[in-house]
Design a protein around this ligand. Sequence first.
Ligand code: HPA
Length: 286
Amino acid sequence: MSTDHALPIHPSDLPARLDALEAAVRHRTSLVPRVGIVLGSGLGGLADGLVGTTAIPFAELPGWPAASAPGHAGRLLLGELDGVPVAMLQGRLHAYEGHHPGLVVQPVLLMGRLGAGTIVLTNAAGGLNPSFGAGTLMVIADHINMTGLTPLLGPNADAIGPRFPDQTETWTPALRARLHAAGEAEDVPLEEGVYVGLLGPTYETPAEVRMLRGWGGDAVGMSTVLEAIAARWAGLRAAGVSLVTNPGAGYVGEPLSHEEVLQAGSEAGPRLARVIRRFVRELPAD
Ligand code: HPA
C-alpha cells in the first residue's frame, strides 16, 4: 500500500505547509519557544520537566503522520522548561519509515517558525570510536550525511533559506561550548565527535562500521543529519548530542537489538536530560 506521506515535498512546498502548521499550533497555544528540542529514542523523559504543557499529537497536525518507531510517542509539546519557553518533539519522523526528507525536517522548521532560534537534536547512536562504550554522551561536532538523501532537493524556497547553504558551522561552535559547560556544571562527562547519518533501518554490518570509522565517524545512527541540514538552511542554530547505546556492530561480536538501544537510552537518558536542562536554562536570549 502506498502512503501519501511518502509523496515528494520540495523546499518550495514548505512555506505553505509551515503556514498551515503554524496556524494549527497557534489555535492551541500562544507560547513562543526559544529553543526547539528533538528527543531521540529513549530520551522522552526530558518532557517530564515541562510545565504548562500543550501537547499536540502528530496526527492532529495538518500533513503530519503519526510517529511509528517504537519508543517514539509522537507529540509536539510546548511549555516551559525551568522558566524557558521551549518546543519539544517527543518522537520524530525518520526517512526509514518511508517519509520523504521534506516531511522528516518539517518539525524542526516548524519549531523555528514558532520562534525557536536554537534547535537541539538528540539521538541514540552506535559507537564507531572504539573508546565510546554504551552510555557515552557525545556532543555532535560535525556530521557525515550518508543517507543518500537531502531535504533540499527540488525548487528552493528563498524565503526560508539559500539554494546552496554553507555547512562549515552547521553545528554551532558556541552552542557546543555551552553544552560542554553544562556537562561540567552537572558533572556529566561529555565526549565530542562526528555523527554519521545512515538511512537504516538495518543496523550496520561490521565492514560498514570499520569503513565509517575510517572515514572519521565517531557515532552512527539513522536520524539527525537531514534535520541539521534543514536547520542550517533556515538559519537556525543547531546543537546535538548522541547517546551511544552500543558499540558499533562487530566490536563485541553480539547482535544488536532495538531493546538494547532503548535500555541504554533509559539508563543514560536522565544524565543527558540534566545537561540539556542546564543548557537551556543558561542560554542567553537572542
Ligand atoms: N547503528 C545505527 N543506529 C543506532 C545504533 C547503531 O549501532 N544504535 C542505536 N542507533
